[in-house]
Design a protein around this ligand. Structure first.
Ligand code: FAD
Ligand code: UDP
Length: 366
């Protein structure tokens, strides 16, 4: 079977490329997806009680990139949604990320913004050369807050100490010297009004797009020829693990439904120091669905399972660099997305990468 364009993976990276190829170039494109649905990890669905859940963990759209926001807005309306997270520390629920309220609640104080700045300066550990996630946290908030909020959560999430993780991990969490308790400060934030699966379906309505679900590319690759392959699966799998298996962190999502309208005080509650799970999401608080019951999702990070998070350590990056050398030699294959590029991309970043990759691709072919 020949297709000019073949895409492996129907996550946001693959779907964005397919949409652009079909609508902008008016070319036929084949998407091969091993799961039984499109959307990749942003997929959502109604559970047996009729409550909308995010099957692969809570997804909140946020971006400062107007181009990405405008692009996705062609396929969905948005519910205005400001994400909020509380963290269960020393028996209290405190706002995450760290704000003036967090410090006051943690230490039973009543400081104003500039007093909190002074407080944190006194706590902060001076580190000349910041190399790890532990250094990032210690240099911003000091040892006590590091231990209360970051150390055990990060160990649970990644299975290793923050001193072994590169700076990018804990740097995702801002420290705010104000009272802004939103989890993200981006200009555009929201939830797709009819869910992510619907958004994704709306991206691929063009008849030029053919989708094969339940199909692993590895199993059919011999039967498919193409001019361009856009590959969004794992790179190590593509190269038959010739430089070894890349490490990913996985998560076991356990869903529980309760016969009560509301389960917890915020859409997400983090448990840095208690229990084996990292956080609990109450889905109705993300989607605003009205229902007599409520469904929560607990996240148990683990080593084995679906590859969700590329591992941000020095050794893993060095191993991926070996694959990058192979990737550079490919003339007909474009590697794109969280798995293929082995990068901790958010949704907006992946869509931006796909839009830019499409523009580069058509400029080269022109
Ligand atoms: P994926 O969504 O992983 O898509 C890749 C697809 O390729 C998958 O469907 C897979 O089945 C398929 N595939 C792989 N190998 C093969 C093969 N051999 N044959 C056929 N198909 C194959 N981002 C945010 O912006 N906000 C959030 O709140 C947020 N929360 C997250 C929470 C969790 C728990 C996780 C794991 C991620 C979160 N993200 C969030 C990130 C977001 O999920 C990603 O940015 C996005 O899904 C990446 O899209 P992708 O297309 O690169 O990869
Ligand atoms: N983190 C933490 N304590 C928290 C929340 C996050 O230590 O209460 C650390 C942890 O290492 C995590 C990283 O910050 O992996 C990034 O958090 P984020 O909420 O962005 O994680 P994601 O939603 O991508 O899982």
């Amino acid at each position: 079977m020949f297709y000019k364009y073949v895409i492996v993976g129907a996550g946001l990276a693959g779907l964005t490329m397919a949409e652009r190829i079909a609508n902008e170039l008016n070319e036929k494109v084949l998407i091969i997806e091993k799961r039984n649905h499109i959307g990749g990890n942003v997929y959502d669905s109604y559970n047996e009680d009729g409550i909308l859940i995010h099957n692969y963990g809570p997804h909140i759209f946020h971006t400062n990139d107007q181009g990405v926001y405008d692009y996705l807005s062609k396929f969905t309306k948005w519910n205005d949604f400001w994400h909020r997270v509380l963290s269960y520390v020393d028996g209290n629920l405190v706002p995450m990320p760290i704000t003036v309220e967090t410090i006051n609640k943690l230490y039973n104080l009543n400081l104003d913004c500039s007093e909190v700045e002074d407080f944190l300066k006194k706590q902060a550990v001076e580190i000349a050369d910041i190399k790890t996630s532990k250094d990032v946290a210690l240099s911003k908030v000091g040892k006590d807050i590091y231990e209360k909020i970051f150390e055990s959560y990060t160990r649970k999430q990644w299975g290793i100490d923050p001193s072994e993780l590169d700076t990018s991990v804990i740097s995702r969490i801002p420290i705010r010297l104000n009272r802004d308790t939103r989890y993200f400060a981006d200009r555009y934030q929201g939830m797709p009004a009819h869910g992510y699966a619907k958004l994704c379906e709306n991206m691929v309505t063009n008849k030029n797009i053919k989708i094969m679900l339940n199909t692993d590319y590895q199993e059919i690759m011999k039967d498919i020829t193409y001019d361009t392959l856009i590959y969004t699966g794992s790179t190590d799998e593509y190269y038959q693990y010739k430089h070894g298996r890349l490490s990913y962190r996985s998560v076991n999502f356990i869903f529980e439904t309760y016969d009560t309208e509301k389960f917890q005080e915020a859409p997400v509650v983090n448990y840095p120091n208690d229990y084996d799970y990292t956080r609990i999401t109450e889905y109705k608080q993300l989607t605003w669905q009205q229902h007599k019951k409520t469904t929560i999702g607990k996240e148990f990070p683990c080593a084995e399972g679906e590859p969700y998070y590329p591992f941000p350590t020095k050794d893993c990056k060095a191993q991926f660099a070996l694959y990058e050398e192979e990737m550079k030699k490919e003339e007909k294959v474009i590697f794109l997305g969280r798995l293929a590029e082995y990068r901790y991309y958010n949704m907006d970043a992946v869509v931006r990468r796909a839009l830019d990759t499409f523009n580069q691709m058509i400029n080269v072919n022109r």
